[in-house]
Write a protein that binds this ligand. Structure first.
Ligand code: C2E
Ligand code: CA
Ligand code: CA
Ligand code: CA
Length: 279
């Protein structure tokens, strides 16, 4: 095998199946990519549906692959999870977002809180909070500019540990968002147990606005419930004015989706942000 560095897996033999061989090459590739920081973040605005001003953004990772070009997360996040590389990758994302925030602030820009996707594996590893504190100290960022998006997969584990982690994160000033809400098994139960700041209604529900009464009923109920529990709601995957109207009518706090903007690179996002502040 080529490029055997000290961190590369070295037990490849020719008898491996093609699929396994592919996977093997891909893992090597991914390890190298992490060492060489071949990743970039795109930012997708979260917008106030009333004023259409940008109130936040989600950082979404892409692999800027030297041969294959820009790869979306579904091409490598599952493998990163399987191999635990997601821990290092996740820490890179937190560091990169903090550096970006610092750069915006140093440049005198008005900014918005940036949310980071935290995989369940990363969330459940003991050193998340200490690593975060370290990165915050290094970059000297006020944690009010950060949000963590976690999914139910993070919550179904050891309840006491999960509670402790959520509380520690909230104590350090990070807002927490429950991602892909409505797609899991006992979403509503979690709202009672864990005090999150935001929940994000999954795109599959938003898609169905104006075509499924059932999905509309679910969205309305989520919005009503969240209001009662004083949790803010973000709708993801908003693509049409009709969806926006529906969400506005039912008092959704923020919308995110192609209607306003796809995820874009730092330069384009900075531009969107300064335009939004001019209005
Ligand atoms: P997610 O957290 O549910 O992110 C939303 C996904 O929906 C993004 O896909 C975004 O580009 C896409 N999206 C946003 N608005 C629209 C819309 O109006 N229509 C459609 N069709 N799609 C829309 P993306 O960037 O490909 O990310 C996919 C998933 O990869 C994310 O789903 C998240 O689970 C994961 N991911 C992305 N970045 C990271 C990261 O830094 N760390 C971890 N652990 N996971 C990440
Ligand atoms: Ca997300
Ligand atoms: Ca989501
Ligand atoms: Ca989703």
């Amino acid at each position: 095998a080529k490029g055997l560095g000290k961190n590369n897996i070295q037990f490849y033999t020719p008898s491996m199946t093609t699929e396994f061989h592919q996977q093997f090459l891909m893992v090597n590739d991914l390890m190298k990519a992490i060492q060489e920081e071949q990743f970039i973040l795109h930012y997708q605005p979260k917008v106030d549906p009333k004023t259409r001003k940008i109130k936040g953004a989600e950082a979404l990772i892409r692999w800027n692959h030297p041969e294959r070009g820009i790869l979306p997360p579904d091409h490598f996040i599952p493998l990163a999870e399987e191999t635990n590389l997601i821990i290092d990758l996740g820490d890179w994302v937190i560091g990169e977002v903090c550096k970006q925030i610092k750069q915006w602030l140093d440049g005198g820009n008005t900014i918005v809180p940036i949310s980071i996707n935290i995989s369940a594996k990363r969330f459940l590893k003991d050193d998340l909070v200490s690593k975060l504190q370290m990165i915050l100290a290094e970059t000297n960022i006020d944690p009010k500019w950060l949000e963590f998006e976690i999914t139910e997969t993070s919550l179904i584990q050891n309840e006491i540990k999960v509670l402790a982690t959520i509380n520690a994160l909230k104590e350090s000033g990070i807002a927490i968002s429950l991602d892909d809400f409505g797609t899991g098994y006992s979403s509503i139960n979690y709202l009672k147990k864990f005090k999150v700041d935001f929940l994000k209604i999954d795109r599959s529900f938003i898609n169905a606005i104006h075509s499924s009464f059932d999905d509309e009923a679910i969205i309305k109920s989520i919005l009503y419930l969240a209001q009662e529990l004083k949790i803010k709601v973000v709708a993801e995957g908003v693509e049409t004015e009709e969806q926006l109207d529906f969400l506005l009518k039912h008092k959704c706090s923020l919308i995110q989706g192609y209607l306003f903007s796809k995820p874009v690179d730092v330069a384009a996002f900075s531009q969107l942000l300064s335009k939004s502040n001019d209005w």
